[in-house]
Design a protein around this ligand. Sequence first.
Ligand code: OGA
Ligand code: MN
Length: 282
Amino acid sequence: MLIKNLGTTLGVEIIGFNLKKNIDKNIIGQVSDLLSQFSVVVIRDQNITNEQHINFSEYFGDLEVTKAGTNGAGSKLIILQNFDEDGNIVPPTDRQRLNNLANQEWHSDSSFKKIPSKLSILSAKMIPAKGGNTEFLSMRSVYNALPKKLKSNIEDKVCWHDYSYGRSKIDANLVTADEKKALPPVKQKLVLNNKKYGKSLYIGAHCSKIDGMNDDESQNLLDEIYEYIDNESHVYSHIWKPYDLIMWDNRAVLHRATPIKGKVEKRLMVRTTIAGEASTLI
Ligand code: OGA
Ligand code: MN
């Protein structure tokens, strides 16, 4: 398999791959290995139907079903778009635009679920001329960059992840009472340990607080960690072209969208999410 490195510490592009043709167990195994090692895998020029997207995704595990309140609810797809059925860009106060805004915070998909997702697979259909990148942050690199003392301070910490926490900072009405009820806060380990590739931090926009600490202590410790996040050397920023497909390991990277620059043009993305197999707590 021909590959090209993208970021300094994460990201790899597979060249000459066609997921409509070249799929077998061996290839899927190789792609899985690349994901474990590089956390982000890019495959360009994959003009696929939603059905092909789902079929490909299912080689990697069971898919999450999209929750109520998200575009694509009840199906295996999440649709991210900033326009209505008639093709008009929706106003900034529209739920779709607000959800896109929420995606501009560093996050890990489904970290608010008891068993959070393993992978996400995102396919670009329509891309604005400028901006609207997706950025990936290696949480392994961030962990490795922490001072020894901070590493030992956080070693056994557990965080609360709460869907409504991050979303309500964007807009108080973005999370409905029903969603709140369906998604109670859950606990996740702060430091994950991949036996082969080492430790990484598991935080992001849904992380509301560190378990067992008061609000100030928790915020101070999180702020201490966040100081190490703003470092471009841990980031790969993807400039999309239509039909790019990106897969990422939600337990090794955080990701975020960047704002569209200039005139807001249509952006349409389709995502599947591969369910995790185990809690982070064991
Ligand atoms: C996602 C996501 C970011 C983007 O699909 O999970 O966060 O750039 N997308 O659209
Ligand atoms: Mn996301």
